[in-house]
Design a protein around this ligand. Structure first.
Ligand code: WQD
Length: 340
């Protein structure tokens, strides 16, 4: 069975391609390589022994999207990762985000709606909750006004899919609201490849650990949390990738009870920034050089998932611990920084 993975050369996309191939799916990747490299294909193939079909294509070009689906009529499911995801950049360039994250989604859905039956998995985010009022966060928590155009594209994306599914019986979709993905494949053949200075905590930690960065700045330790630093739900990327395959199979096998549904994908456990640093120090045996600085504007205090719905309805649960995920991130960082 052929599955399209858009953004399949990216961090979460590439790990999901591996898990799809492990389950026997034929995978075709569309990626415009604006934030990824074709070398990732070799990494995927070295893990699974199978080369995904790859088409470098910009989903903003509607005619190209239509042509793709004419040439690949046997695509039965789509996992849609391709999107811009830098929160700060989205504030400066909102139209780039609305075009790249929304127009492309519309073009994909137009093709899928024209098929008799299609399954669609959407990469959403816990960002839609903003600062939720109660912890852990369930899927019923209110979606709050987005704090950035990026977050807004995730909220709008979910609504566009829900509206389309309402009038398209053959279209079945699931939105997966990720918490904080981290880590790398155990093989160290694929992992996170941030371009430039990493915005996210874990790659900044491992780049500091490997000597690429002088010092980690911890953005504030005066939050109302156990140690004053922000709490997040850090989920291992392979656990997250497996959730996509399980969600897709639920739709392909017709086990879904609604033709649009939403699931939180996290570990259900919150960790503070200092606890993540301590995890790095445990797994690496190195002291991390960091300093406490001012809060980062826009950061919320606490977010971690209630994963009951995914546990019970998808039969999925995160299996890896923070230290195991951090160990994979550290192994990956050391490998890619080794002088070739
Ligand atoms: C985590 C914590 C920072 C960097 C992001 C995306 C969000 C979603 C999840 C995609 C915060 C602190 C960070 C640093 C630090 N991804 N931090 N020093 O902000 O929770 O969310 O990932 O959907 O859209 O924005 O993740 O890794 O940036 O920050 O102290 O150098 O680490 O303040 O408390 P965040 P993050």
């Amino acid at each position: 069975m052929k599955i399209l993975v858009t953004g399949g050369l990216g961090f979460i996309g590439s790990h999901t391609v591996v898990e799809l191939q492990n389950e026997g799916f034929e995978v075709v990747i569309i990626d415009d390589c604006s934030n990824s490299s074709e070398n990732v294909l070799e990494g995927i193939q070295s893990i699974t022994g199978k080369a995904p079909i790859f088409e470098k294509l910009d989903l903003k070009e509607k005619a190209k999207v239509q042509d793709f689906f004419k040439r690949h009529e046997d695509v039965e499911g789509v996992i849609h990762f391709a999107a811009s995801k830098a929160v700060g950049e989205s504030v400066e360039k909102p139209l780039l985000y609305y075009e790249n994250n929304i127009a492309t989604l519309v073009y994909l859905l137009q093709e899928l709606a024209a098929k008799n039956r299609a399954s669609f998995i959407f990469s959403s985010s816990c960002t839609v909750y903003g600062q939720a009022d109660t912890m852990p966060i369930t899927e019923n928590a209110p979606v709050k006004p987005a704090e950035s155009p990026y977050g807004n594209t995730k909220q709008m994306g979910e609504e566009i899919i829900a509206d389309t599914c309402k009038v398209t019986p053959g279209l079945n979709a699931i939105a997966l609201r990720y918490f904080n993905p981290m880590g790398a494949h155990p093989s160290t053949e694929i992992g996170e490849l941030p371009i430039g200075v990493p915005q996210n905590l874990v790659p900044f930690i491992t780049q500091t650990g490997v000597g690429m960065r002088e010092q980690l700045s911890v953005f504030g330790d005066d939050y109302p949390t156990e140690d004053g630093t922000c709490v997040r739900d850090y989920i291992y990327v392979v656990d997250l990738a497996k959730a996509h395959v399980i969600a897709l199979k639920r739709l392909l096998e017709g086990k879904n009870t609604m033709n649009y549904d939403v699931f939180n994908v996290g570990t259900g456990k919150g960790s503070t920034v200092l606890e993540v640093i301590q995890s790095f120090e445990r797994v690496s045996g190195k002291k991390l050089n960091y300093k406490i600085v001012d809060r980062r504007p826009g950061d919320i205090t606490t977010a971690y998932a209630d994963t009951t719905k995914a546990n019970e309805q998808l039969g999925w649960k995160a299996e890896y611990t923070l230290d195991q995920a951090m160990g994979s991130a550290w192994n990956w960082e050391q490998k890619i920084r080794k002088p070739s």
